[in-house]
Design a protein around this ligand. Structure first.
Ligand SMILES: C[S@@+](CC[C@H](N)C(=O)[O-])C[C@H]1O[C@@H](n2cnc3c(N)ncnc32)[C@H](O)[C@@H]1O
Length: 201
């Protein structure tokens, strides 16, 4: 029987954006219990947990949890949870009743279908207490408009790979969140990305 490990994919985008995102976290004084939705390779989790006073809870779909599980992790990164935004299970059924101080998700809303992105927005309050920050990082449309030609091309590329993928519109996400969250700010980030900052009411 072999014990060989699979090679963890490397995301150059994560390397490029991790310090600009960390600067935003520091500005917001992020600390405490953090939930990351869709952690992917785990590069973000490692960088942020090593530079902030946090307990970092990664969560992703079952088939993508092997990447972070295979890493040497600092003690403030907890074993990854299985979380798949999907029609047959609520987020609370998957995460339980724990409330996090801060929830972060990067480059996930354009990968999951719009229906699932909206479901995430409608249900994520279950994992929050009053004052929890919710941050989405990635490319977004505003008033239905792309912020750049390259994002428009990226959207077409995504849809050619899988028709349900696509860059989401900020106002639609904000509307789905509005019952439980106030939108605090939209931060411009390098490479035509944004961070959408919400706070639980
Ligand atoms: C493009 S990767 C981004 C990974 C990482 N956050 C980053 O910025 O590099 C998209 C991530 O979204 C996750 N994802 C896609 N659909 C999902 C769903 N329905 N529920 C939860 N996570 C999902 C994938 O498993 C993957 O880890």
């Amino acid at each position: 029987m072999t014990n060989s490990k699979r090679e963890i994919p490397f995301s150059q985008a994560c390397e490029n954006n991790k310090n600009p995102i960390l600067a935003v976290f520091k500005e917001l004084n992020i600390s405490g219990d953090v939930l990351e939705i869709g952690h992917g390779t785990g590069q973000h989790a490692l960088h942020f947990a090593s530079n902030l006073d946090v307990t970092w809870q990664p969560a992703d779909v079952k088939e993508n949890n092997w990447m972070i599980s295979q890493r040497e992790l600092p003690s403030n990164i907890l074993p990854a949870l299985e979380l798949e935004v999907q029609p047959h299970k609520t987020i609370k059924e998957q995460l339980g009743s724990k409330k996090y101080d801060f929830i972060f998700s990067a480059n996930t809303l354009h990968i999951m279908s719009e229906e699932f992105a909206f479901k995430l927005c409608e249900e994520i309050h279950e994992a929050c207490h009053s004052g929890t920050y919710l941050l989405f990082y990635g490319p977004f449309k505003f008033n239905g408009q792309f912020t750049s030609e390259s994002n428009k091309r990226f959207d077409l590329h995504l849809k050619s790979q899988r028709p349900t993928m696509g860059i989401r519109n900020f106002e639609d996400l904000r509307d789905k969140l509005s019952q439980h969250f106030e939108h605090l700010s939209t931060i411009d980030m390098p490479a035509n990305n944004n961070i959408l900052v919400f706070k639980k009411l």
